[in-house]
Ligand binder design. Structure first.
Ligand code: ZN
Length: 151
């Protein structure tokens, strides 16, 4: 899966922001083995002071543990939540790719949608994405319709 370096969203709601942080921390750990606040700040396009404040918050919620020299570590609870967030991102991305949407648009849209989708709707999209993975004729027929819209 391809990840873009910068988040284009400017979250105002803190729970949305905390999801972006967890997603980012999980990715950094998967990629590098550790998550430093300087990398989190760079990837999310926020200040290091914002990162410190959010890490305190996530720590208080029992989602991360901050170690001065190792950086940020996800607790089991934090890791479960991060994996759920990433899986949700992955399903929405996979679904939109079937319709030939370009990667940058997909990323931008998914970053917006993922925070607002209910688990019920996510289940529906997951079924659709899985169906499209397996059903080539459906995929081709939808793609034809989207590239040559019928009037
Ligand atoms: Zn995301």
């Amino acid at each position: 899966m391809r990840w873009y370096n910068r988040h284009v969203t400017q979250p105002t709601d803190t729970s949305i922001a905390s999801q972006d942080y967890l997603e980012q921390i999980f990715q950094l750990i998967a990629l590098k083995g550790y998550a430093r606040s300087v990398d989190i700040a760079a990837n999310l396009g926020v200040s290091q002071a914002s990162v410190s404040a959010m890490l305190k918050r996530l720590g208080a919620d029992g989602l991360v543990v901050y170690e001065k020299y190792r950086g940020v570590i996800l607790t089991d609870k934090g890791s479960d939540l991060a994996q759920h967030i990433i899986k949700r991102h992955e399903v929405l991305t996979r679904l939109l790719r079937h319709f030939g949407v370009d990667e940058e648009t997909i990323y931008r849209d998914v970053e917006g949608m993922e925070h607002h989708i209910s688990s019920q709707s996510l289940k529906a999209f997951t079924l659709l994405a899985n169906e499209l993975d397996q059903n080539e004729s459906l995929r081709e027929s939808l793609l034809k319709k989207i590239t040559k819209p019928q009037v």
